[in-house]
Design a protein around this ligand. Structure first.
Ligand SMILES: Cc1ncc(COP(=O)(O)O)c(C=O)c1O
Length: 412
C-alpha cells in the first residue's frame, strides 16, 4: 500500500510544525483582536510559564486555545486560527486518502465532538439534500440501518424528525438478513418512503460486525428508491481499513458517500475527536446561511470547537506512521485471537469478526461476579443481558486475559 501523506515524524519534527502553526494563529500579545469573544486560556488558572510546556506542543495548543469553528477543507475560514486549521485540513486529507482510499482533494470533513455528532451530521446533510435537490417531503425520508446499529442513529431520527427503519440481523453471524432488508424497503415504500439515508456499520458497538454497503445499495436500487449511504466507522474506522485493506467500506466504493471515525476510541485521542468525512459537494447541504459573522460560514453541527483536538489526532497519526499503526493493530488482533482460542478450549460461545478486536461472549457463560470483576460491558443494562463484550484495547494485555480465562474455567 502506498501512502501519500501518512508518515512517521519524530517528536522534534512534529514540535517544529506545530510551533509554526501556532505562530500563524493570532498572537494576543502582539496583535489586537477587538471583535472575537476568544482569548488564550486564563493564565491565572492555566499557568503558561511551566518549563515542561517547551516540550509539549499539544499542551501549548490547549493554552493558545484556537477555535476551529467551521469546515476548513471548504472555502475560507476564520483567519485568526489559520495555522492550526491548516493542520486539521491536512489530517482530514490524510485520513480520506491514506486510510479511506479517497482520491486526492475529493473530500471535505472536520473533527467533530464524537461519533454521535458525525453520524447526525451525515443524516442532516442527506435529509437536506433530498429536500433541496430532490424536492422530497420530510415524511418521505427514512433512516435505514440494522438492529446492531449505535443509538446515535435513533438520536438523529428524533432530532431531524425522520422515520427510522431497522432491519434484523442473524443471531449468529450478525449479518443483515437480505430478505428482511428487502421486505423492510418494500414495506416502507408502501408507507410512502421514497428516500433512504443508510447508516452502514464498519464495526458495530457490541459485536464489531461489519455491514456490506453494497447489500443496501443493491436492494434499494432493485426497489427503485433514492438513497445515500453513510458508513459508521466510529469504532472500526482506525482498525478495519488497516486489518482488512481490501474492503468495500471506503471511498473507492461509489456507493459510499460519507464516513464517521472516532479518534477517541482506538486512536486513544482526547475526547472530542470524532471525524466526519464526506465526498465533496455534500457538506454544502449543512450550510447555515445565518452564520454570517463567521468568516467562511459554518457547515458543521458543532459551532465553536477546540483546535487542540485536531492537533491531537494529527500528532497520534504522525507519531505512529502507517507501519507503526499496523504493528499496533496487529498486536491487538493477536491478543484477540489468543482470547478466542482460550474460549474455544472452554467451549464458550462468542461472536468475533476476524479483523476486529471485539469479542462478544454469550451471557450464559459469564457469571455476574466475573462480568463485574473484569469490567465487561453487557448489551443491555435494562434487560437480562444476552451478551457481554471484551474490547481488546492497548491496556488489555494477555497476562490480564489469562486471569479472566482462569476465572471463567473455574466457574464452568
Ligand atoms: C459504532 C458507533 N457509532 C457511534 C458511536 C458514538 O460515538 P461517541 O460516543 O463518540 O459519540 C459509538 C460509540 O460507542 C459507536 O460504537
Amino acid at each position: 500500500m502506498e501512502f501519500r501523506h501518512w508518515k512517521k515524524l519524530s517528536h522534534k519534527e512534529q514540535d517544529a510544525i506545530i510551533t509554526l502553526a501556532l505562530k500563524n494563529n493570532i498572537d494576543y500579545e502582539d496583535k489586537m483582536s477587538l471583535g472575537i469573544p476568544v482569548s488564550k486560556l486564563d493564565p491565572n488558572v492555566f499557568y503558561e510559564q511551566a518549563s515542561f510546556l517547551k516540550e509539549a506542543p499539544l499542551l501549548r495548543t490547549y493554552l493558545q486555545n484556537p477555535n476551529h469553528i467551521g469546515c476548513h477543507t471548504l472555502g475560507s475560514s476564520e483567519p485568526f486560527f489559520n495555522g492550526t486549521q491548516q493542520l486539521e485540513e491536512e489530517v482530514i486529507e490524510l485520513i480520506s486518502v491514506d486510510i479511506l482510499k479517497a482520491k486526492s482533494k475529493s473530500c471535505d470533513g472536520y473533527i467533530a465532538a464524537g461519533g454521535t455528532e458525525a453520524n447526525i451530521q451525515a443524516a442532516w446533510i442527506y435529509r437536506n439534500y433530498f429536500m433541496e435537490a430532490c424536492d422530497a417531503r420530510i415524511e418521505e425520508i427514512a433512516l435505514l440501518s440494522s438492529d446492531d446499529t449505535h443509538y446515535s442513529v435513533t438520536k438523529a431520527a428524533n432530532l431531524l424528525n425522520l422515520q427510522s427503519v431497522s432491519v434484523a440481523v442473524d443471531e449468529e453471524t450478525r449479518k443483515i438478513h437480505p430478505e428482511l432488508l428487502d421486505a423492510a424497503i418494500v414495506h416502507s415504500k408502501k408507507a410512502g418512503i421514497k428516500y433512504f439515508i443508510v447508516i452502514s456499520n464498519m464495526a458495530t458497538t457490541m459485536f464489531g460486525s461489519v455491514d456490506d454497503p453494497d447489500l443496501y445499495a443493491g436492494m434499494l436500487a432493485k426497489n427503485e428508491v433514492a438513497y445515500k449511504i453513510h458508513i459508521d466507522g466510529a469504532f472500526g474506522g482506525f482498525i478495519f481499513p488497516v486489518s482488512c485493506p481490501e474492503n468495500n467500506v471506503n471511498f473507492s466504493n461509489p456507493n459510499v458517500s460519507s464516513i464517521t471515525l472516532d479518534a477517541h476510541k482506538m486512536l486513544q485521542a482526547p475526547y472530542g475527536t470524532g471525524v466526519f468525512i464526506a465526498r465533496k459537494g455534500l457538506m454544502q447541504y449543512a450550510c447555515t446561511a445565518a452564520a454570517k459573522y463567521v468568516s467562511g460560514m459554518d457547515f458543521t453541527l458543532s459551532g465553536s470547537r477546540s483546535g487542540a483536538n485536531a492537533i491531537a489526532v494529527w500528532m497520534i497519526l504522525f507519531t505512529y506512521g502507517p507501519h507503526g499503526w499496523f504493528e499496533k493493530i496487529s498486536k491487538l488482533l493477536y491478543r484477540t485471537a489468543w482470547l478466542c482460542k482460550q474460549l474455544d478450549k472452554l467451549s464458550i460461545k462468542y461472536y468475533r469478526h476476524p479483523n476486529l478486536n471485539i469479542v462478544a461472549i454469550r451471557a450464559q457463560h459469564i457469571p455476574a461476579a466475573i462480568a463485574n470483576e473484569y469490567g465487561m460491558v453487557p448489551d443491555s443494562h435494562t434487560e437480562a443481558p444476552k451478551w457481554y463484550k471484551v474490547v481488546v484495547m492497548d491496556h488489555v494485555e494477555i497476562d490480564y486475559l489469562q486471569g479472566f480465562i482462569k476465572a471463567l474455567g473455574k466457574a464452568l
